[in-house]
Ligand binder design. Structure first.
Ligand SMILES: [Zn+2]
Length: 1149
């Protein structure tokens, strides 16, 4: 019988069973109904019957979904390691490249009502002419009649705030000691003095530190203030996160950390978002905020020309919608501050010289003053009328920019409200003004101190009374400019060493979270009574996890991952990241130790003598990891490989060894693994004689720990890489004792270098080794050239130069990288991989092809090792030049969560056309797509059709006048890693040149990116130890569908006992949207489904969930689904919508 016929019969069978059981159920219930009829009165009877009918309808719909899901699971083929055979069967036998991929998201144009705004279109029409607007320099003159508020008085909410950076000019701890502690201490006193006073606070990192310093009595006072609505925690993240460089894993994790803290200690949940200082804004952040239960938010740093346009259109308040969302589900009400800054001079109204007079911290004799040279005056009986009217005029002008008569006016600045006298100055003077307004109803203004939620409550009330609705907006707010052509695209790359370290901690943290949660679940199952293993330091490990979470969270701050802090602060952050990685590795090692032991009674924890170690060492916060060479002998040495991804993957594992002869087998099956020995290069043409690199192909089931044995092999029995060296001019002196080496001469030396595997062939220049051309197995050939470039900055006469924030390149633009000497080019060929390495003076560039069957064989791995410490005011970029006809459109990701279309505009300066890239970028035409996937964040641009470039490092000698007070000169030897993917597209796939407004990565690109971000983790057993018997740990019987990403499996803190793991685990799943136009050939090994419903138990079989509660993204208990919904029995069908993240609190049993 054909596969589809079998399927039809099976589905039909299941359907019959379901229908019959439903019928039987109805029958039984009717019986019960008849019996009840005798006993109960009529009214109740009817409502009960109604309930039962409802229940039956519910059952029927559940069963429909069950049938759909069963049909899907029948379509799923078994995992390759279950089948034994190697046949490559598609997930859907009817699937061919010509068909639309099942379940893919069509890149259709999303339509909004007449009031919808698409930021891409706004950019197309704006002139960016930077006209002088008068008092409001970047805006325009605002007029009003004066009678606009006669019917509806102006309702003013003055929102006191203090912006506390968790590290910038000082470290987190120094700021806390010098300022933040005092601010919060005074907050407690000054808010308690007068119940009309209010305050908002954003950074939970600081708040929680202060909390641990204060006594119980003060804590009670804080709780009272929160309950009374005088103090509001806004956003509730650990930090006010950067939105350009941060990955959505870390963005969400810092939000979870903050929200969990707030719920635990204050018993509330944040309602409004407050992001006044991040340098540009991303809809990925708003998605997370909405998912965490927030309804409203405020943003500030938006391009001045966009602000002006929005002010003219009165669209500064809008419903921010996800580009890909065709429903209003993701909408969040957003208020954009209209003026230049969040300080007092730029928040009361359009004229800063007037507003500054109402910052009473600038009263004569105090610390700060007004640069407009008109100082504030204390409010007295004599001047109150004149002062009140002056301020009211500003309020009224500002109000004309909005659609409602409610006005938000922040009152604060960086590290404000330190002294108690500052509190008195601000609150008492403003209270006098408010009292005056109250006594003069003819002014038609009601003013009071408020929190952010007070403001939004008033706003929504007024909007609904007036029947006014806000426009919807799609898009993002990059790249930010605060004035002139000062675009903040420098920080997309600044301090790239730490941007990469950030992602190393992130992947280590995720892997540790998952393995730790699985370990605790296994331990509880092992004992059968819920106990953990006595000797296992679960509490200490959980504390290590918490510290790791909090250090990663801290680094998402908008002066941390951005690379915009002072040098000593950068070292402080680096040290935190570094220590967290080391501590998390301990958790990984001892979790893996217990899981792997066949005889669990042999488990013994000794921190000074760990059973497992990592295969590499990181020696300092500013050092790259170094492989530790394993000492090999005839006795097998155990290697443990953890696959932190939810996909079965074929990966190349690379370890250091002390011998050029090594043999690797799978410890369980004894099967030898394909392996290759390569040289470890001490210099470009000097191989180490003591250390070698062993690479082997590992087959790793999802989330598994697999054991391999490495032994010393007979001399010459291992496959060694073969090398050829190319250099124009003087031939290199090559020292590579154990390897076959050649140096072509004559015509042979002029031929292009070429490498190929089953999927792709590449050609590179024999002079530079740099890529020139690519050919796919399908026959598609594309020119894809790699180039390196320098950017300089503006010349001596121009005072504005590039710095940590700003990218201000010189007039000449990019200059091709050239060095006096041509590079040494080293080509290596072997059974596991082949590569071409170009050794230039400032960088080593390597392109590698893996000889693998799976997705890893379909892309090119590109790695760069950059060192520009010898340079002066220069930035190094890598450019890819293709013949893809993408017009001026390309795509870059936002926080690795979604792709955003970019349009390169000639009316904007070069630096404005650079965008943040967290993990992916692509350009496409009707025939093909070139994607660049990255393991770190950096700036990306496509300055000409077919081009894509990323900035690798920047060294800048001067400050760029944004308060940092220094350049960026702490450069290090910096690594960057990419995968370059060329894909065929089905013809007619595209209507618009360059692509539609919503496009996604292909499934192949998603999988490639997953492997790049979450590589396998290798551990080794101590040598010379009496080896206990180990067995692999295989928690899942099959891969997750390839569009479902296990974002995290995060053990939650015990509700009663602090810093102790509970039985509850946060299960976070992200279902990705994927592109329809490229169907990989041969098909991918994983499956996907067209249905939104999935069966959680099937997904994670054989893991069993004792309970499953769907909740908001930050796992707050208040956000739990209602009792009735979670009583659901197995099978647990849940809806995972494409593009969306779903959160569950589960107990793994
Ligand atoms: Zn800040």
């Amino acid at each position: 019988m054909k596969r589809s016929r079998v399927l039809a019969v099976l589905v039909g069978g299941v359907f019959c069973v379901v229908v019959m059981s439903l019928y039987r159920m109805l029958d039984l219930m009717q019986g019960a109904e008849l019996q009840q009829h005798v006993e109960t009165p009529d009214g109740q009877d009817l409502s009960r019957l109604q309930q039962k009918i409802d229940r039956l309808e519910q059952l029927l719909s559940d069963n429909n979904r069950l049938v759909a899901t069963l049909r899907d699971s029948l379509l799923q083929r078994k995992a390759p390691w279950e089948r034994g055979g190697g046949a490559n069967v598609s997930s859907d036998s009817s699937h061919s490249p010509a068909d639309t991929l099942r379940g893919c998201r069509l890149a259709e144009e999303m339509k909004d009502g007449a009031d919808g705004v698409q930021l891409l279109d706004v950019y197309d029409v704006l002139p960016f002419d930077n006209r002088d607007g008068g008092a409001w320099k970047q805006g325009f003159e605002i007029r009003y009649q004066g009678n606009e508020w006669d019917e509806q008085p102006l309702e003013l909410l003055l929102v006191p705030h203090s912006h506390n950076d968790p590290g910038w000019l000082k470290t987190f701890d120094s700021y806390y000691q010098d300022q933040t502690k005092l601010i919060l201490n005074n907050m407690l006193l000054k808010l308690t003095e007068d119940s009309r006073r209010k305050m908002i606070w954003a950074e939970v990192s600081y708040f929680s530190k202060w909390w641990s310093d204060i006594d119980e009595q003060k804590r009670e006072m804080v709780k009272r203030l929160v309950k009374a609505g005088q103090l509001e925690l806004v956003t509730g993240g650990w930090v006010m996160a950067d939105e350009a460089n941060s990955h959505y894993f870390a963005l969400l994790d810092q939000l979870i950390e903050g929200h969990q803290w707030i719920q635990r200690h204050l018993g509330v949940k944040p309602r409004s978002g407050w992001a006044i200082d991040p340098f540009g804004h991303s809809p990925s952040m708003t998605y997370l905020l909405k998912g965490a239960g927030l309804q409203d938010m405020v943003i500030q740093r938006v391009h001045y020309a966009v602000k002006k346009h929005f002010a003219q259109q009165r669209t500064l308040e809008f419903l921010w919608r996800q580009s890909w969302d065709s429903s209003p589900r993701s909408d969040i009400t957003c208020h954009m501050m209209p003026f230049y800054s969040y300080d007092v001079p730029h928040t009361c109204g359009p004229n800063p010289s007037v507003c500054c007079q109402f910052d009473f911290q600038r009263l004569p004799g105090r610390r700060v003053f007004c640069p407009w040279r008109i100082p504030p005056q204390p409010i007295t009986e004599q001047n109150v009328r004149e002062r009140a009217l002056l301020l009211l005029d500003q309020y009224r002008q500002k109000s004309r920019l909005f659609r409602s008569p409610v006005l938000l006016v922040p009152l604060g600045d960086d590290f404000r409200f330190v002294d108690s006298s500052e509190w008195d100055a601000q609150f008492s003077n403003y209270q006098k003004l408010f009292d005056y307004f109250d006594q003069h109803p003819e002014l038609h203004i009601k003013a009071r101190f408020g929190t952010l939620s007070d403001y939004f409550e008033a706003l929504h009330r007024r909007l609904s009374t007036a029947g006014t609705s806000l426009p919807t907006l799609r898009g993002d707010f990059f790249t930010y400019a605060d004035r002139d052509d000062h675009y903040w695209s420098g920080y997309f790359t600044s301090r790239p060493f730490y941007k990469r370290l950030d992602r190393t901690l992130e992947s280590t943290l995720r892997a540790t979270e998952i393995l730790f949660s699985l370990t605790l679940a296994e331990m509880r199952r092992f004992h059968g009574d819920g106990r953990l293993v006595d000797d296992f330091p679960a509490r200490e490990h959980f504390q290590r996890l918490m510290t790791g979470r909090r250090n990663l969270a801290l680094f998402q701050h908008h002066d941390a991952v951005t690379g915009t802090a002072r040098d000593p602060v950068v070292v402080d952050y680096g040290t935190r990241l570094f220590h967290s990685i080391l501590n998390l590795r301990q958790v990984l090692q001892s979790s893996a130790h217990w899981l792997l032991l066949l005889d669990k009674s042999q488990y013994h924890h000794d921190q000074s003598k760990p059973f497992l170690q990592m295969d590499d060492v990181i020696s300092a916060q500013d050092a790259l990891p170094q492989k530790t060479p394993l000492t090999l002998s005839d006795e097998p040495r155990s290697l443990i490989v953890f696959n932190p991804t939810e996909q079965f993957c074929t990966s190349v594992i690379s370890v250091g060894v002390d011998s050029p002869d090594a043999h690797v087998v799978n410890a369980e099956t004894g099967r030898p693994m394909v392996a290759q020995i390569s040289a470890v290069w001490a210099g470009p043409s000097q191989a180490s004689t003591e250390a070698f690199q062993l690479d082997f192909v590992a087959e790793l089931p999802p989330l598994s720990l697999v054991v391999y044995h490495v032994t010393k092999a007979p001399v010459g029995s291992a496959h060694r890489a073969q090398y050829t060296f190319h250099r124009r001019g003087n031939a290199p002196t090559i020292q590579a004792k154990h390897f076959q080496v050649s140096s072509p001469e004559g015509p042979e030396a002029d031929a292009p270098l070429s490498l190929s595997n089953k999927h792709v062939q590449i050609w590179s220049s024999p002079e530079t080794g740099l890529l020139q051309k690519l050919r796919l197995q399908s026959g598609l050939v594309r020119q894809v050239q790699v180039q390196f470039l320098w950017y300089g900055t503006r010349t001596r006469s121009n005072p504005n130069k590039s710095g940590a924030y700003l990218f201000l390149p010189g007039e000449e633009g990019a200059q091709p990288y050239s060095s006096s000497e041509l590079p040494l080019v080293r080509v290596s060929r072997g059974p596991v991989f082949s590569d071409i390495t170009s050794c230039f003076r400032h960088f080593t560039h390597r392109v590698r092809l893996y000889h693998l069957e799976g997705h890893a064989g379909r892309s090119l791995e590109i790695s760069n090792m950059v060192d520009i410490r010898s340079e002066f005011n220069r930035e190094l970029a890598m450019r890819i030049i293709s013949d893809v006809a993408n017009g001026n459109r390309f795509y870059s990701d936002l926080n690795s969560f979604q792709m955003q279309q970019r349009r390169t505009l000639s009316k904007l300066p070069l630096q404005a056309n650079f965008y943040p890239m967290t993990s992916a970028s692509f350009l496409q035409d009707a025939a093909s797509r070139v994607s660049l996937l990255s393991a770190q964040s950096q700036a990306v641009a496509s300055l000409k059709p077919g081009e894509l470039e990323v900035v690798l490092d920047r060294r800048l000698q001067q400050d760029d006048n944004r308060g940092l007070g220094q350049g960026v000169t702490d450069n290090k030897l910096t690594a960057s890693l990419y995968h370059l993917l060329l894909e065929d597209r089905r013809s007619g796939a595209q209507q618009e040149v360059g692509g539609a407004s919503v496009e996604h990565l292909s499934l192949l690109a998603h999988l490639t990116s997953l492997s790049l971000s979450h590589p396998p983790i290798t551990m080794v057993t101590q040598s010379n130890t009496e080896m206990p018997k180990l067995r692999p740990f295989l928690p899942l019987s099959s891969s997750l569908p390839c569009d479902v990403h296990l974002l995290n499996l995060r053990t939650l803190e015990d509700a009663q006992e602090a810093e102790t793991p509970s039985q509850e685990v946060a299960l976070l799943l992200h279902r990705k949207g994927f592109d329809c136009s490229s169907a990989p050939e041969p098909p991918l090994q994983c499956t996907w489904s067209a249905h939104e419903e999935v069966n959680l138990d099937d997904l994670f079989a054989p893991l069993q969930f004792g309970s499953v509660r769907q909740t908001g993204l930050t796992l707050l208990r208040e956000d739990d689904e209602p009792e009735s919904a979670r009583q659901q029995q197995t099978p647990r069908i849940t809806v995972l919508r494409p593009m969306e993240i779903s959160a569950f609190r589960v107990e793994i049993s």
